[in-house]
Design a protein around this ligand. Structure first.
Ligand SMILES: Nc1ncnc2c1ncn2[C@@H]1O[C@H](COP(=O)(O)OP(=O)(O)OP(=O)(O)O)[C@@H](O)[C@H]1O
Length: 359
C-alpha cells in the first residue's frame, strides 16, 4: 500500500492494539423494552428484549454472543450501533459516552456492522465500488480517493477489483457479497466491527473462508469484533470471550475455553449439550434444553431460566441471581447453584432487578 493511500489510516490502528488495557467498548445496564399490543384487560405490554445487560470488549478482542432465537442478540447489536434508541444504559466507546461526548457521526466511524443478509445490506442499484465508496464520501472523502480506497479494500477481502468493482450485487455470489459488505464496513476505518450472524447464510466451505478472512483482517487492521451467532462451533472458533444470553439477560460470560470446558450456568450447559460433538467423551451430562423459551412479554420471576432448569430450587423463582464470579479468571454466571458450587461468595439476590456487571 502506498504512503498516499487513503486506507493508511486503517493500518495505523494496528499500533493501538495490545498496549492499552482500557476497554474499547463498555456497556452497562443496556435495556430495551418494545411496546406491543396487549389484550382488552392490559392493552399495553412490553417485550423485554434486552434487560440490564452489561459487558465490555477489550481492544483487539473478539467477544461472541450466543443464545436461542429471540434472546436479544440482534437488539443488543442494534442498540450499540444506535440503530434504535435504548431505554436505559450507558455505552462508552473508547472512553467516550455514545450520544454525549461521542457524536453518532463519530460512532459510525468507530463502529460498523455486518448483517446476515448480504443482499439486503447492499443497494442493488449501486456497483460494488460505489457501495464501498459511499460511506467515505458521506464522511467527506473526495470521489477519486473513495474509489481508490474501495478498490484497495476489495483486494483486502480477496476480490480482484478489476473483476468486481463494476459489478452489481446480483451479479456475484452470497460469499462474495459478504466480502463486499466486510469491505464496506472497513471503509470508514472502524476499530470495532459487529458481525450479526454474518456467516450464517453461507455454505460451510464459504463460511470457513470468510472466517479465515475475518481473522486475517483482524490481525492486519487491529480490529475488535463482537461476533453474534447461533452456531456455537463458529463462536468457539473465533471468540476470545463469550457472552451467553437468555430472555434478554446475560446469564454467563467468560473466556471461551473456560465456558466450553466448564459451563457454569445450566442454560449454557444445555446449549452445549445440544451441540453435535465429534468427541463423545467431551459431552456434558446435562439433558438438552427442553421446550421453547418463555414469552418475553411476561418472563418468569427470579431467574428467568428456572422454568426450564433441571436444577431449579424455590429460591430461583423468588430472587434474581446477579452475575457473579465463578473463578478469578473473568468467568461469571448468574446462577445460585453455580456460584454456590464455585466456592466464591454468593451474590446478594435482588427481586426483579438484576444488575449484570461483566469484566
Ligand atoms: N421491533 C420490535 N418490536 C417488538 N418486538 C421486537 C422487535 N424487535 C425484536 N423484538 C423482540 O425482541 C426479542 C429479542 O429479539 P432479537 O431479534 O434481539 O433476538 P435474537 O436473539 O437476535 O434472535 P434471532 O437469533 O432470531 O435473530 C424477541 O422476542 C423479538 O421478538
Amino acid at each position: 500500500m502506498s504512503e498516499t493511500s487513503p486506507s493508511v489510516e486503517l493500518l495505523e490502528q494496528v499500533e493501538d492494539v495490545g498496549g492499552a488495557a482500557q476497554p474499547l467498548l463498555q456497556v452497562s445496564g443496556l435495556t430495551k423494552h418494545f411496546p406491543v399490543r396487549g389484550d382488552l384487560f392490559s392493552p399495553r405490554k412490553t417485550v423485554r428484549a434486552v434487560d440490564n445487560v452489561s459487558f465490555s470488549i477489550a481492544k483487539g478482542e473478539t467477544v461472541g454472543i450466543v443464545g436461542e432465537s429471540g434472546c436479544g442478540k440482534s437488539t443488543t447489536a442494534r442498540l450499540l450501533m444506535h440503530l434504535m434508541k435504548r431505554d436505559a444504559g450507558d455505552i462508552v466507546y473508547d472512553g467516550m459516552q455514545v450520544g454525549r461526548a461521542l457524536s453518532l457521526r463519530e460512532l459510525r466511524r468507530g463502529m460498523q456492522m455486518v448483517f446476515q443478509d448480504s443482499y439486503a445490506s447492499l443497494n442493488p442499484r449501486l456497483t460494488i465500488e460505489d457501495s464501498i465508496a459511499f460511506g467515505p464520501k458521506v464522511h467527506g472523502m473526495a470521489d477519486a480517493a473513495a474509489r481508490l480506497l474501495a478498490r484497495e479494500l476489495l483486494g483486502k477481502v480477496g476480490l480482484r477489483p478489476e473483476t468486481f468493482a463494476n459489478r452489481y450485487p446480483h451479479e456475484i455470489s452470497g460469499g462474495q457479497r459478504q466480502r463486499v459488505n466486510i469491505a464496506r464496513a472497513l471503509a470508514l476505518s472502524p476499530r470495532l466491527v459487529i458481525l450479526d450472524e454474518a456467516v450464517s447464510a453461507l455454505d460451510k466451505s464459504v463460511e470457513a473462508q470468510v472466517l479465515n478472512l475475518l481473522a486475517d483482517l483482524k490481525r492486519e487492521f487491529g480490529l475488535t469484533y463482537l461476533f453474534i451467532s447461533h452456531d456455537l462451533n463458529v463462536v468457539r472458533y473465533i471468540s476470545d470471550r463469550v457472552l451467553v444470553m437468555y430472555l434478554g439477560e446475560v446469564v454467563e460470560l467468560g473466556p471461551v475455553d473456560k465456558v466450553w470446558d466448564a459451563p457454569a450456568h445450566p442454560y449454557t450447559r444445555a446449549l452445549l449439550a445440544a451441540m453435535p460433538s465429534s468427541d463423545p467423551d467431551n459431552r456434558t451430562e446435562t439433558p438438552p434444553i427442553s421446550g421453547d423459551p418463555p414469552n418475553p412479554i411476561d418472563p418468569p420471576s427470579g431467574c428467568r431460566f428456572h422454568t426450564r432448569c433441571p436444577f431449579a430450587e424455590p429460591l430461583c423463582a423468588n430472587a434474581t441471581p446477579e452475575l457473579s464470579d465463578v473463578d478469578t479468571m473473568g468467568h461469571q454466571a448468574a446462577c445460585y447453584m453455580a456460584i454456590a458450587g464455585s466456592g466464591h461468595s454468593r451474590a446478594p439476590a435482588k427481586e426483579n432487578d438484576k444488575g449484570a456487571t461483566a469484566a
